[in-house]
Design a protein around this ligand. Structure first.
Ligand SMILES: [Zn+2]
Length: 427
């Protein structure tokens, strides 16, 4: 028997339309009534949450854990620790591992490994195509049976629209959402930064916004044709926001997610050729940033995620063209979004931010998570929304340090992460 009472926090539980200062009780790993806990004879752990937000454990549905295959960048264990330190109790990992997660055996391996070593819930996705090559479909039905929560070729993008159509149809049959990294290979070519003023000035190959928008448009057409949900990952371009907004207004099952770097930075940041600013899709223009902020405010873009993409220093310390894309984002995303959306922009309130990290991904992926309902698994995040702190990459739990936010002063941070009633991380 274990009993916990989290005292006097501001409990925000969007699933139950709850926002009030109250106590939250946990009994044997589940959310309970405070009266049930008081009846316990065993010792009760008390946590003072005065001045803190107590919310359902946050979910990051876009994380690269790099295992199997690239444990020098991240492992399931270290990635889970980074997630816990960021306030996340559930993370969804991408299939571009080695071997890729395009078969039930790899999914079983990831799940077993996570059960052994991960301090947070790790939910795998499966690949859409075999070996992420975009040529033939992965066994989507078997992946579903193996327990993936979605299919995606993230990092890659199926170029053949007919193959993608069949993937969406299979996914519909087995009840899995489709997540898409939207990139038209012909339009993007070898682009490494947003095509515009800075790519021209710096002489770096451009990655045009149309390269994303073309695939977002394709996904809208297929979502409509197949009557099934397609989720556009890491939306970066104003045109994508407009397309998704129009399609959603017509009832198309399309959605989009936002990563913090796409609103924290613009393409100007690449002027010093620092590869920590190299990300796919790339940092874009101020107009794109503003369109994404509008998309968040009006509910077009419904999900926040990190696209946590850890890389070793030796891999990033090469010329810009040759460096891998990505930012290690799990430990900075909440602070960045709190700053950019709630403290500075005031374009959403903290309740909506929590929704975008809890019930929105839970609904999309049909997860039994993201709520503080009685009897729910006690995954809880405690956030100090006003805590001022400085990002220090040397303090990261992640194996990797590739963050452009080192030294940034942020306001707001998770201070305790509880998974199934157990504190897995505490500031
Ligand atoms: Zn991606």
């Amino acid at each position: 028997m274990s009993a916990i009472i989290i005292r006097n926090g501001r409990v925000i539980d969007p699933a139950n339309k709850r926002d009030e200062v109250a106590d939250l009780a946990i009994l044997n790993g589940q959310i309970a009534q405070t009266s049930e806990v008081r009846g316990q004879t065993s010792e009760i752990e008390e946590i003072d949450a005065n001045g803190l937000i107590v919310c359902p454990g946050l979910i990051d549905m876009h994380v690269h854990l790099r295992e199997p295959g690239f444990s020098h960048k991240e492992t399931i264990e270290s990635g889970a620790r980074a997630a816990a330190a960021g306030g996340f109790t559930t993370i969804v990992c991408m299939p571009n591992t080695s071997p890729p997660a395009d078969n039930p055996a790899t999914i079983a391996w990831i799940k077993d490994r996570a059960a052994e070593v991960a301090s947070v819930n790790v939910l795998p996705t499966g690949a859409i195509s075999r070996n992420l090559e975009g040529e033939e479909l992965a066994p989507i039905g078997s992946l579903g049976q193996a327990g993936v929560v979605a299919i995606t070729d993230d990092g890659h993008c199926i170029q053949n629209h007919e193959l993608m159509r069949r993937a969406v149809e299979y996914a519909r049959m087995v009840g899995l959402p489709v997540l898409d990294h939207c990139q038209d290979y012909n339009l993007v070519g070898n682009g490494v930064v947003h095509e515009g003023y800075w790519s021209t000035l710096l002489g770096l190959p451009g990655w045009p916004a149309a390269g994303e928008e073309a695939i977002v448009m394709r996904d809208i057409l297929l979502a409509e044709l197949c009557d099934h949900h397609i989720h556009c990952q890491h939306v970066s371009a104003a045109g994508s926001v407009r397309l998704i907004r129009e399609a959603r207004a017509r009832g198309v099952k399309i959605s989009g997610e936002v990563c913090p770097h796409h609103i924290a930075l613009t393409d100007e940041a690449v002027e010093n050729f620092n590869t920590n600013y190299k990300i796919n899709p790339p940092l874009r223009s101020q107009a794109d940033v503003e369109a994404i902020l509008e998309g968040i405010a009006d509910g077009t873009l419904t999900i926040l995620a990190s696209d946590h993409a850890p890389h070793a220093a030796f891999e990033k310390e090469v010329e810009f063209d040759a460096a891998p894309f990505g930012i290690a984002g799990l430990e900075t995303e909440l602070g960045l979004f709190l700053n950019l959306l709630v403290h500075k922009c005031l374009n959403i309130d903290i309740g909506r931010l929590i929704e975008m990290y809890t019930i929105e991904p839970a609904k999309l992926l049909k997860l039994d998570a993201g709520t503080l309902s009685m009897g729910a698994l006690a995954d809880v995040t405690l956030i100090d929304p006003n805590l001022e702190w400085t990002v220090k990459i040397e303090n990261f739990q992640s194996v990797s340090r590739n963050s452009p936010f080192d030294g940034w002063k942020l306001k707001g941070r998770a201070v305790r992460t509880i998974v199934g009633g157990e504190t897995v991380w505490k500031l």
